[in-house]
Design a protein. Structure first.
Length: 153
């Protein structure tokens, strides 16, 4: 820009907006409430802001959670089933389904990471969507057993 003092710089404005937008969550939501606001792209020059609500919150239905947990408890034992997990901040396509029909989203545990080889990934558990994620293949038969029992009940 040859005369920055004579122009409105959209990059500076956009950078300022990113900082201000981040305070919306930290200053307008209680710390125990789940909320995410992410700036994913900046296109300079148009001065126009687009805001998209991509996914609704995923809310399980109690009866379906109880049913799914009871099947798992009968298959693997009560000690291996956790009925309550803390809310997560991730988005999930499944969130659209329970808005139409009752349903329950569940996690199949991947273990504590002892199946991983330290030389490749390091030991311990690893979250999904992580470059070091390594699915525990020894759980495939248990997962298949669960789904067969779930639909057969």
């Amino acid at each position: 820009m040859s005369a920055p003092d004579k122009a409105i710089d959209p990059i500076v404005i956009a950078a300022e907006m990113v900082g201000v937008l981040q305070t919306l969550i930290s200053r307008h939501k209680a710390p125990i409430d789940t909320a995410v606001l992410t700036v994913t792209q900046i296109h300079a020059g148009s001065g126009e802001l687009s805001f998209y609500r991509a996914y609704p919150p995923l809310v399980n239905h109690d009866a379906q959670v109880d049913f799914a947990a009871e099947v798992a408890e009968r298959a693997f034992g009560v000690e291996r089933v956790r009925r309550e997990i803390p809310p997560t901040g991730g988005a999930e396509d499944f969130s659209f389904y329970p808005q139409e029909v009752p349903g329950a989203y569940l996690f199949v545990g991947n273990g504590e990471g002892d199946h991983r080889e330290a030389r490749y990934h390091g030991m311990g558990p690893c979250q999904l969507h992580n470059p070091n994620y390594d699915f525990n293949d020894t759980l495939l038969s248990e997962g298949a057993t669960y789904w067969v029992r779930l639909v057969g009940t």
